[in-house]
Write a new protein. Structure first.
Length: 180
């Protein structure tokens, strides 16, 4: 585990880390939780785009996935030193450095099925890992990622068929009940 002292921040840390596949609602639910708690939302995908001035899709195309993943680790490293709600990109938890950085934080997996994920993300070209045969790619990614997501999660909240407000309420209730 990484203590506040080891992070060099005197103990500042996210109140919750949201993980899950594309379309689970991490950014949307994260924003609602941040508003509810009077905190900032730190979305690592947005942080990478802001830091580089480029879209994630452009980074994938121009520099490759390994370059994006390195930027993602640095975004998570900075984010775990800040109070707030932290929403990780879908692939971030697959990286060992990210797993170590979030090991002592409350982690909530937002679970979603493809039927609900599809209309939420639209399977457009802005998601580089889903650009070719998106439904099959999404299913394959979930098959690979689900065990890691489950291992890292302190709480699992199913988002299927639920509004973002309902999901945010369920996450808040689980955290306030001392689940993690």
């Amino acid at each position: 585990m990484v203590s506040g002292e080891e992070r060099g921040d005197g103990g500042a840390r996210p109140r919750v880390v949201l993980i899950g596949p594309p379309g689970a609602g991490k950014s949307t639910v994260g924003r609602l939780l941040a508003e509810r708690w009077g905190l900032d939302l730190v979305d690592t995908d947005a942080e990478v785009e802001s830091a580089t001035g480029r879209t994630i899709s452009d980074i994938f195309v121009e520099d490759g996935e390994p370059a994006f993943r390195a930027l993602e680790v640095e975004a998570v490293r900075a984010a775990v030193r800040r109070p707030g709600v932290l929403a990780l990109g879908g692939g971030a938890p697959m990286q060992e450095p990210v797993q170590e950085l979030i090991a002592d934080l409350p982690v909530v997996l937002l679970e979603v099925g493809i039927a609900d994920a599809s209309p939420r993300i639209g399977f457009d070209r802005s998601r580089p890992l889903l650009s070719v045969n998106p439904r099959a790619q999404w299913s394959r990614l979930m098959e690979q990622r689900r065990p890691t997501y489950a291992r890292l999660a302190d709480v699992v909240v199913d988002t299927s068929g639920r509004s973002a407000d309902d999901v945010a309420t369920a996450v808040a209730a689980a955290l306030e009940d001392g689940a993690p």
